[in-house]
Every structure is written in C-alpha cells, then in structure tokens.
Design a protein around this ligand. Structure first.
Ligand code: ADP
Ligand code: TRP
Length: 331
C-alpha cells in the first residue's frame, strides 16, 4: 500500500516562485507516488485574516493555482479544510490532551504574542492542535513542511503518542517531516538577503499570478552592486541570487552569456535584469493564464471542491470511527 502524504497550504496569500519550485513542483510529482492529501487551510487563516471577501478570493485563487501547476483532482485528494467537519471534531477531541503550557511555549505563538499587533485569540494558541487534526485525520505518514513548521509537527507526534498511550490503541501513526527528492531547492529573494518569501517585504517575491508589469518592476529594482572590477571574481550574494533565479527560468545559453560577461567584467546589470524579467514572464505567463481561466470558472472550482471533500471525508470518517471507538463515544 502507498504511504500517505499530507500537506496544507494556508490561504492567506498567493504563491511565489519559491513556493512553486520548493513545494508545488514536488507535489505534482508526489501525487503519482503516494496517496496524497492536499488541502487549503482556510480555518487556519481565520486566526489572523478574518475577512470574508478576501477569504473567498484567496481560497479560489490558491485552488486555481494548484490546479494550474498540475495537481490532478483525480489523482490526489484536493480539498478545502472547512469542507471536512471531521477535522473540527477531531480538533475538539485533541484539545482534551493538548496542554495549555505546551501551547504557550510554541515558537510561532510566542512570536505572535511578541508582535502583538493583533488580538491574541484562542485560535492562535491552539493553531498546532488544529494542524495536528489536519494531519492525523488521514493517519498521514509524511508531511512536507518547511523549517518553520517542524515544531508543529513535533507537537503532532506528541498528541499521537499521548492519544495512543491514553487509549491503549495504535490509532495514529507518527507523522514525519518529508523532503521529496534529494535536492532541496531554495529560491532566493530579490532583496539581496535570504530566501524568497511572502513575509520578507514588498519587492522580495515574484508572485505567479501578478502581471508582467509588477514582476518586471520588482526584478528591475532587485539589489545589485556596482559591478565586478576583477575578472573571474566571486559573485556577491545579491548577484548570485539573480543568477540562481536565472538557473530556474532561463536557457543554458542565456546563463552562459551572462556568466561570461560577469567574468570578463563587461556585464551590465540592467541587461541581466531585463533578460531575467523576460524569462520570468515567459515562464509564468502560461501558469497565470491557466490559473486565471480556472479562477473564472466557478462551476468547475465548485466541482473540484465537492469531489475533493467527498474523497477526503470517506477517509476522515474511517479515522473518526476509530477515534470514537477508542474514546468510548460509541453508545
Ligand atoms: P512563505 O515564505 O511565502 O511564507 P511558506 O513558508 O508558506 O511560504 O512555504 C510554503 C511552502 O513553500 C513550503 O513547503 C516551503 O518550504 C516552500 N518555500 C517557501 N519559500 C521557498 C523558497 N524561497 N525556496 C524554496 N521553497 C520555498
Ligand atoms: N501551518 C501550515 C503553514 O503555515 C499550514 C498547515 C495547516 C499545514 N495545516 C497543515 C501544513 C497540515 C502541513 C500539514 O504553512
């Protein structure tokens, strides 16, 4: 039997090139090798973004983007979290074995408290419990997560072990973090710093659904220096970053041309950025067009959501039967 892989995407933003190369591309491949559950975590986004119009727009936009990049609802199970009532049911039950002190010590929660620009609601405190429910409702084995989510996964394993021990039954397997393939891609941002990310500030990330003008402008403004002064010198980080992005979207020939120009000090960063912007656009345009046409097809999106929810609920009900049985809610 195939192992179960599960991944949740928060519905608070659009996908950037980092999400695409670091996650989406792998999801598309994984769906053929594992029993995959991919869902949009709309409940989670309510902890910080309770705006009905935006919520609806973001959920549809995320779904359309994932379909556009190649997730196949006939191959994987693609659904929206709030369509599965078994998730909040399991979340409630898990809250009985989640300790308040442990939740208060979670790094992501402490970070929210520190920033405290917003009200600290109980949803934020129990964010990891809901995430655990997402994962174990499908008795998932593998969860592709970035570093920032590892602690949440660790807490999921705590709940799994606590539950299995308390009720003396192996209801849930212990889920582990998962990297698909051996090469971890890190897409750098445009600000000369670390990786591309949606919370790294305006201008750092190139979004798949933004139009050419916006993306080109960001790329033309990317950080550079005054240029190499010695032949064959090492590239500073911000320049290497642009070359790294080029590696993902440009042809070998283009990369060689600019590399040679860098090495003989004849490079003009304006030309490099112009070329990069053109290549990014060529790469993104078909994805954006497809996602936009799917977004506009409300009937199709609803069908996908309904189909995904039906498939996900079949498995979720099996879990809840086991859970209710173990707990004794089976009068
Ligand atoms: P963001 O940085 O936009 O907040 P998330 O942290 O929500 O993105 O990450 C969603 C997924 O995309 C994760 O699997 C993460 O590893 C991947 N990812 C995000 N940014 C990058 C990047 N710059 N390079 C590679 N993968 C990335
Ligand atoms: N917390 C995850 C994030 O911020 C999103 C998420 C919610 C998730 N439930 C999940 C990820 C379950 C993996 C498994 O990116």
């Amino acid at each position: 039997m195939k192992e179960t892989v599960l991944s949740g995407m928060r519905s608070t933003g659009k996908l950037h090139l980092g999400n695409y190369f670091g996650a989406a591309v792998n999801y598309v491949k994984m769906q053929h090798e594992y029993d995959c559950y991919f869902f949009i975590a709309d409940y989670h986004s309510l902890t910080t973004h309770p705006n009905p119009t935006e919520l609806k727009h973001h959920v549809r936009e995320m779904l359309a983007t994932y379909l556009a990049v190649g997730l196949d609802p006939e191959v994987c199970t693609l659904y929206v979290q709030s369509d599965i009532p078994e998730i909040p049911e399991l979340y409630l039950l898990l809250n009985m074995i989640a300790y308040k002190g442990e939740l208060e010590k979670t790094a992501s929660f402490k970070d929210k408290v520190r920033k405290a620009g917003q009200t600290i609601n109980a949803g934020l405190l129990t964010y990891p419990v809901l995430m655990a429910a997402d994962i174990i409702i499908h008795r998932a084995h593998k969860v592709p997560v970035g570093k920032d989510q590892e602690q949440h996964l660790e807490m999921t394993r705590n709940y799994v072990n606590r539950f299995n021990r308390l009720y003396e039954k192996e209801v849930f397997p212990e889920p582990v973090a998962f990297n698909f393939g051996d090469q971890l891609v890190k897409v750098p941002g445009l600000d000369g710093g670390g990786k591309m990310g949606k919370s790294e500030g305006e201008g750092n990330a190139v979004f798949l659904l933004d139009d050419e003008k916006i993306n080109s402008k960001k790329i033309m403004r990317a950080k550079t220096d005054s240029g190499p002064t010695e032949p064959n010198s090492e590239k500073p980080v911000e320049i290497q970053n642009l070359f790294d992005i080029m590696q993902l979207v440009s042809t070998e020939e283009t990369i060689t041309t600019f590399n040679n120009a860098y090495n003989d000090c004849s490079i003009r960063y304006g030309d490099l950025k112009k070329q990069l912007a053109a290549d990014v656009e060529q790469f993104i345009a078909p994805i954006r067009d497809k996602a936009k046409s799917i977004y506009d097809n409300e009937t199709y999106l609803k069908e996908v959501m309904q189909h995904g929810a039906e498939k996900a609920r079949i498995n979720a009900r099996i879990t809840m039967d086991m859970v209710r049985d173990a707990i004794g809610i089976n009068y």
